[in-house]
Write a protein that binds this ligand. Structure first.
Ligand code: FAD
Length: 488
């Protein structure tokens, strides 16, 4: 019998992946669409004329809009849901990893670091103190290793020693409010509950966007448009080149249906795991064999002591296919309830548990990606020198042996710029990259860095009356450093 504490996410047979179920028989009653219709021409009301329009209020979008507005640009942020933060709040994936490297060097400053600090001031973020970053102290490491999120905090360095990395876990509800506050303080105009469904083009230049809301179909015009939809929604509308190939084995092929189970007595569950390891393994195998969710994280925030976080992943063919997304939601919810029922009935500690929340927004990991002026490819992960237009430096903490040899990666400004379309930038996980670079470097802090860079560049372009492609790098770099970014 093993007394070793079993941690979080990995079930007895590793991480479980589910494919999206096929369309139900009843869907076959519907005639497949083979024709198209021609919509009548119409006049569309222009709600506002702005300097900068940011589409999507996720990690990339909030950083872009707030940075542009702080620099004086009249900025409109359009978001389809009623809250900001995207996956970092509404998707229930509020873990901000890899803010620094294994040696305690702080690499992601600027907007993301500021956001974490503002939440820490409200007791709404969990992160190690700066003096602990890079620590190899066994006592310090033990604290994080005992927590089920430990793999976000503890890594090995090139000498094989375990070290503490600067990562954070955020309270998503306080986070949503804090992002509103930051947007309001900066003077961003928010259009929530507004779904952008097209762009306004003049030749090869994007001049605005069209959005649908309860007020009908309206337009906002602007001098710079920043696509922060996560999925590059504006790329097909504007004709900018995009790609969506993902190696089927990569994380970013997955959709996710986040679930929080509250009222869990972890002490009873831990006792069960260590005192009855065979029963525990049987339970996990039963979950697995019934196609249910295996493994969970434990809430580490002060108000989440009794919370289990499930991040089930569903492998999908296309994450922008509305039919697949709909089937995933139906399947995800059914599995969430069945998983909870089985845990409640069989797992000590779960007797009084309840499903507290399912992700207000579907977890998407990879959609369309820009094919831009520079595409960050796998080969760039082996670079040792920054680009001449570097806008972000990331800790390369997650690529095992490769990370030990090449512990930083660099992102050029050109990865946010389309090749042939003017007035447009992409500052979200749809940045120009291949599936390898994207799978490791499209996370929340990375997207906030892209957003901050795009917002700063947009403000410079507006002030100078130039296209974003022509923004002088020296000025952009100075503005980013002024905003707390850490650059070469
Ligand atoms: C299960 C799962 C676990 C993850 N775990 C982590 C983790 O631990 N740490 C981490 O850092 N990252 C994690 N990620 C990845 C991370 O959440 C995303 O890569 C990141 O949020 C991307 O930010 P974004 O701004 O590009 O997009 P999003 O967070 O998706 O934000 C896009 C925003 O745009 C809005 N939007 C989209 N289309 C439109 C439209 N047409 N009109 C108006 N608004 C629109 C959306 O509503 C959303 O608010 C995880 C992702 C998943 C799915």
């Amino acid at each position: 019998m093993s007394n070793e504490k079993k941690l979080g996410y990995h079930g007895p047979r590793g991480m479980v992946r589910y494919d999206i179920p096929p369309a139900p028989e009843s869907d076959k009653r519907f005639t497949p669409g083979i024709k198209t219709i021609t919509e009548a021409q119409r006049e569309t009301k222009v709600l506002n004329e702005a300097d900068v329009i940011v589409v999507g209020g996720g990690p990339g979008g909030v950083a872009a809009a707030i940075t542009a507005a702080r620099s004086g640009a009249r900025t409109v942020l359009i978001e389809r849901y009623g809250h900001l933060g995207g996956m970092a709040t509404g998707g229930l994936v509020n873990i901000i990893p890899n803010m620094g490297d294994v040696y305690g060097n702080h690499l992601i400053g600027g907007f993301c670091h500021e956001f974490i600090q503002r939440l820490q001031a409200q007791d709404a973020a969990f992160a190690p103190a700066p003096a602990q970053w890079g620590s190899t102290e066994p006592q310090v490491l033990k604290y994080y290793k005992d927590a089920s999120f430990h793999h976000f905090f503890v890594r090995r360095n090139a000498e094989g020693k375990e070290c503490l990395v600067y990562s954070a876990i955020l309270d998503p509800e306080i986070g949503k409010n804090e992002l509103n506050r930051m947007a309001m303080e900066a003077g961003v105009k928010l259009l929530l509950h507004s779904w952008v469904s097209d762009v306004v083009m003049e030749g090869d230049t994007v001049k605005g966007v069209i959005f649908q809301s309860k007020s009908g179909r309206q337009a906002v015009l602007g001098k710079v448009i920043i696509d922060c939809t996560g999925d590059g929604d504006l790329l097909p509308f504007s004709g900018a080149e995009s790609e969506d190939y993902i190696d089927p084995d990569f994380r970013i092929t997955h959709l996710c249906f986040g679930v929080w189970i509250g009222g869990v007595e972890f002490r009873a569950f831990d006792k069960f795991m260590s005192a009855q390891p065979d029963d525990y393994t049987q339970l996990m195998n039963d979950l697995y064999d019934n196609g249910l969710y295996v493994g969970f994280f434990r809430g580490m925030l002060k108000n989440q002591e009794n919370m289990a976080w499930l991040h089930p992943h569903f492998k999908t063919k296309c994450q922008t296919d509305v039919e697949e997304m709909s089937r995933m939601d139906v399947a995800g919810r059914e599995k969430a309830v069945k998983t909870w029922e089985l845990l409640r009935d069989r797992a000590p500690g779960f007797e009084k548990s309840y499903i507290m929340l399912t992700g207000p927004q579907l977890g998407t990991t990879g959609g369309r990606r820009l094919v831009g002026q520079y595409s960050l490819r796998e080969s760039d992960l082996y670079r040792t020198e920054p680009f001449e237009d570097t806008i972000a430096i990331f800790a390369n903490n997650d690529r095992a042996e490769e990370s030990l040899k090449f512990n930083k990666i660099y992102v050029p400004y050109r990865a946010l710029l389309p090749k042939d379309v003017k007035g447009l930038m992409v500052a979200c996980r749809a940045f120009s990259s291949d599936d390898v670079a994207n799978t490791y470097f499209n996370l929340i802090p990375h997207c906030m860095c892209f957003g901050q860079a795009a917002g700063a560049a947009a403000a410079i372009a507006v002030e100078k009356g130039i296209d974003v492609k022509d923004v002088p790098y020296a000025e952009l770099k100075a503005k980013l450093i002024e905003g707390g970014a850490i650059l070469p």
